[in-house]
Design a protein around this ligand. Structure first.
Ligand code: 1PZ
Length: 215
């Protein structure tokens, strides 16, 4: 499980959760995926209340998926693969425009999936950054290459303003609570291939079923 409230927060544990997402035959466990996001949201909240509008949206989406997991058809939601099959087979997804299934598991997870790409890009920049690199710039660049492509102007504007108040690289590393910079870099080097694999597997699954533009 991710760090509990009385423990000091450590980002290693959160990123480790994504390791547990992959089954032996490379399916993505929804419960672990959601647990990983819970940890990330917790981390985001520890950076300050300006990020509240971002974490609120992520929490909403996490909750939608948890409700499916705990619902009467929970057994269909064990993996992302089984979720996609179940929702498509039963016509539970709005494919071209919002209709009777505005909160399908498929469209909800897609939003987090796009955000995972942002995370991958951002952590890779953080990993290869130098002491004088700016977190706000690394964050904005990663955002512009990923999530921003799917966001309307107002959201991009608000996100851009939030990035400006991100703590600088030293303070950011501090909040990650992983250890000295060398250790942060090593930890990221280990975690990133796994995050990347989870992302790739989901991306290919969604591409295969033509789900990458779900409304
Ligand atoms: C460390 C700095 C954190 C920066 C996080 C970068 C992401 C900025 C995203 C800004 C989105 C804010 C508001 C929500 C917008 C929603 O409209 C969209 C689309 O959902 P829809 O409207 O279609 O239901 N939501 C998203 O794109 C999901 C965003 C999740 C962001 C999670 C970030 C977690 C960060 C972890 C930090 C380590």
């Amino acid at each position: 499980s991710v760090a509990s409230d009385d423990q000091k927060f450590c980002l290693t544990e959160v990123l480790d959760t994504f390791k547990l997402c992959l089954s032996e035959n490379k399916e993505v466990y929804l419960e672990q995926y959601v647990a990983g996001w819970r940890g990330l949201v917790k981390f985001l909240n520890s950076l300050g209340s300006v990020f509240g509008f971002i974490s609120k949206d992520a929490v909403n989406k996490i909750q939608v998926l948890v409700n499916y997991l705990n619902g009467e058809n929970g057994s269909q939601y064990i993996t992302v693969q089984s979720m996609v099959k179940y929702e498509l087979d039963n016509e539970l997804v709005d494919l071209t425009k919002r209709g009777s299934h505005p909160e399908s598991g498929c469209r909800t997870l897609l939003r987090l999936h796009r955000a995972l790409r942002w995370l991958e890009l951002f952590l890779e920049r953080l990993r290869t950054s130098t002491e004088d690199s700016k977190t706000s710039v690394m964050c904005a660049e990663s955002y512009n290459e990923s999530l921003a492509l799917h966001h309307p102007w107002v959201v991009r504007k608000a996100a851009g303003m939030a990035f400006l108040v991100l703590p600088g690289r030293p303070a950011f590393f501090e909040v990650m609570n992983v250890g000295p910079p060398e250790q942060v870099v090593a930890m990221l080097g280990e975690a990133l291939p796994l995050i990347s694999e989870v992302y790739q597997i989901t991306e290919e699954l969604y591409a295969q079923h033509l789900l990458l533009d779900l409304p």
